[in-house]
Write a protein that binds this ligand. Structure first.
Ligand SMILES: Nc1ncnc2c1ncn2[C@@H]1O[C@H](COP(=O)(O)OP(=O)(O)OP(=O)(O)O)[C@@H](O)[C@H]1O
Length: 279
């Protein structure tokens, strides 16, 4: 049997809000090995909160309850900051949606990528810089020497996404959580980045959780898909069978995807009445 990288059993997340408790993530169960798992679902369905729970990024008073969240054999519940520092970035990395929130505004982007490498590898600065320039090239940055010295406000959104990807991949994590990692990139750069991520999965045995609104991309790129609705996983299928799913919510999502074949057809709106039984 394939070795498990991540196992989640009965994960529930409840926020405390001025209007009372809000149960954002409900009874999530899944496990994964060296594979690419796509997570889809409309905005607010709980995709990011599920990922943030895995990385211990939610703080009290938010209530995170789970029977199990384990990475290989390690229990990720209740780790302290020192233990998290050894895992975040090094073993589990997350590429966030907006690079401008994730990059340090007062440090050059090259230094940030280099630091990410040096934190986890005992090498000289010269070696780390060479590795950083190599990584910048791998994420298709032209003129890496110049970009190395740029500050986050000097770079475009698309370049920022590639820099985030470089920073997260350089330590060679065992699990990568990528939240809309290529949304600001044009199709050719997107394909190159996806092939780089794919290579990390196949050659370095990395597991990938790929959060996206792009159902066509997920069905093409991933191995398996989890479909979330209102905090729950309501459907799960091999990625190649996503378009054939019989689940009403998945069908609803698929019907909202613009298609070149149906240019004149009006885009459908999800029928919420039909979906009440999944809440
Ligand atoms: N700090 C918070 N306090 C209260 N509710 C929150 C908080 N953070 C997120 N939520 C709510 O939790 C739910 C799940 O949010 P989450 O960010 O996981 O959605 P998502 O599926 O990732 O959406 P998107 O695709 O837009 O990123 C949403 O209803 C959101 O409003």
């Amino acid at each position: 049997m394939q070795k498990k990288i991540l196992t989640i059993k009965n994960l529930n997340v409840t926020f405390s809000t001025p209007k009372g408790p809000f149960h954002a993530v409900k009874d999530i169960n899944f496990s994964m090995g060296v594979e690419k798992i796509g997570v889809v679902g409309e905005s607010g369905s709980g995709k990011s909160i599920t990922s943030k729970s895995v990385l211990g990024l939610l703080r009290k008073p938010t209530l995170i309850e789970a029977d199990e969240i384990s990475f290989h054999d390690m229990d990720l519940r209740n780790l302290d900051n020192t233990q998290w520092r050894k895992i975040r970035g090094r073993k589990i990395s997350m590429i966030m949606q907006d690079p401008h929130y994730s990059l340090n505004p007062i440090m050059s982007v090259g230094k940030q990528i280099m630091e990410s490498y040096l934190t986890h590898h005992k090498v000289s600065k010269t070696e780390a810089k060479a590795k950083t320039l190599e990584m910048l090239e791998l994420v298709r940055i032209n003129n890496p020497e110049r970009v190395f010295d740029a500050y986050p406000h000097e770079i475009s959104g698309g370049m920022g996404q590639r820099i985030m990807i470089a920073m997260m991949l350089i330590p060679q994590p065992e699990l990568l959580i990528a939240d809309e990692p290529t949304s600001a990139l044009d199709v050719s750069v997107q394909n190159q980045i996806l092939s780089l991520i794919n290579e990390m999965v196949t050659r370095r045995n990395m597991g990938l959780i790929f959060i996206s609104h792009d159902l066509n991309l997920v069905s093409r790129f991933c191995d398996r898909v989890l479909i979330m609705y209102r905090g729950r996983i309501v459907d799960e299928c091999p990625a190649s069978e996503l378009h054939a799913s019989k689940h009403p919510y998945t069908q609803g999502l698929l019907n909202c995807v613009p298609s070149l074949d149906h240019k004149k057809k009006r885009l459908e709106v999800l029928n919420r009445e039909k979906l009440r039984s999944f809440e």
